[in-house]
Design a protein around this ligand. Structure first.
Ligand code: ADE
Ligand code: ZN
Length: 339
């Protein structure tokens, strides 16, 4: 029998933070079915297997159409609690110690679900995970970029009474045709309220969208950022400013952002001195959680242990945790890296 690759044990052992996770994208087909039955919501599938078979996407929009459909089963605080708790239990099994979770309030309020129903359910699970699983968290509210600036402002207004419970804003959904500039004023308001700011950019959109996210939204992180690599000057700028990129390898593959895992930008980003992290994005739809993403990219790019450790370190130094807490996690990473 051959010895297992020691990198797999290293990946499991390393403490990690997940910085790019849409909680609605962690809705596994089995839970989709259970919640559809519990809430008497009709779904166009006969079994969880049928749902999985439908998860074949040619681009981001293909996926988003199914993702928004999936959300229709989420109605009550308990539903949001169950969804979030299931993700956190799964993350704990991957030795994830800190999560910065995205949620899409507009995907729910537009269906008549109350903003506080969503927030209360998600937060209750996060608090329980902090107490029982030792996972710390930040909560990031995303604006759907295919909707209007006015709609984003209205959503921010709904969040304002709860600012001690929401730590940042992000920007997601259909990227092409919806540049960051569309939301410059909303992000300015969010920053003035003291919220952290991040945005999806350069997943399908051009390098110019990444530049706009930096210049106009003044983001602290770029979610994905793949296409920044097409622009050498932009790449240098992101490296010099130590802006964290939250890359999602399995997502990139399943959304045809890359043709095969060997084309993942992770190695090129590391080589360019970029602060890259590994994340699962929408794990129920893309076939893997954080450790699956680490393994698949390490295998395809032949990453060595030092690079795997660097990716784990970046997940904490790129987080919104205070420096002292980051340092505590980094010391644990050093211990885990020694084996
Ligand atoms: N919403 C959920 N996942 C997303 C992704 N990868 N890109 C843009 N919007 C999303
Ligand atoms: Zn995403």
């Amino acid at each position: 029998m051959t010895n297992p690759d020691p990198r797999w044990a290293l990946i499991e052992r390393l403490p990690k933070a997940e910085l790019h996770l849409h909680i609605e994208g962690s809705l596994e087909p089995e839970m989709l079915f259970d919640l559809a039955a519990r809430n008497a919501v009709a779904i166009p599938f006969g079994s969880a297997e049928e749902v999985r078979a439908a998860y074949s996407f040619s681009n981001l929009q293909d996926f988003l159409d199914i993702y928004y459909q999936g959300m229709s089963v989420l109605l009550t605080e308990q539903d949001f609690f169950d969804l979030t708790w299931a993700y956190l239990a799964r993350a704990a099994a991957d030795n994830v110690r800190h999560v910065e979770i995205f949620f899409d309030p507009q995907g729910h309020t537009m269906r008549g679900v109350g903003f506080t129903t969503v927030l209360n359910g998600i937060e209750a699970a996060l608090k329980r995970a902090q107490a029982e699983l030792g996972i710390t968290y930040r909560l990031i509210m995303c604006f759907l970029r295919h909707l209007s600036e006015e709609d984003a402002f209205a959503t921010l207004a709904m969040a304002e009474p709860h600012l001690e419970r929401i730590h940042g804003v992000g920007l997601d959904s259909s990227e092409l045709g919806h540049p960051p500039s569309k939301f410059a004023r909303v992000f300015a308001r969010a920053r003035a309220l003291g919220l952290h700011v991040t945005a999806h950019a350069g997943e399908e959109g051009p390098p110019e969208y990444v530049r706009e996210a930096l210049d106009l939204l003044k983001v602290e992180r770029i979610d994905h950022g793949n296409r920044a690599l097409e622009d050498a000057e932009l790449t240098q700028r992101i490296a010099a400013a130590a802006i964290t990129l939250t890359v999602c390898p399995l997502s990139n593959l399943r959304l045809c952002v890359i043709g095969e895992m060997a084309q993942s930008p992770v190695q090129r980003m590391l080589d360019a001195g970029l602060k890259v992290t590994i994340n699962s994005d929408d794990p129920a739809y893309f076939g893997g959680y954080v450790n699956d993403n680490f393994r698949t990219v390490a295998e395809a790019l032949d990453l060595g242990p030092a690079q795997i450790v660097e990716l784990a370190r970046n997940s904490f130094t790129g987080s919104f945790l205070p420096i002292a807490e980051q340092a505590r996690h980094l010391a644990e990473i050093d211990r885990a890296a020694r084996g």
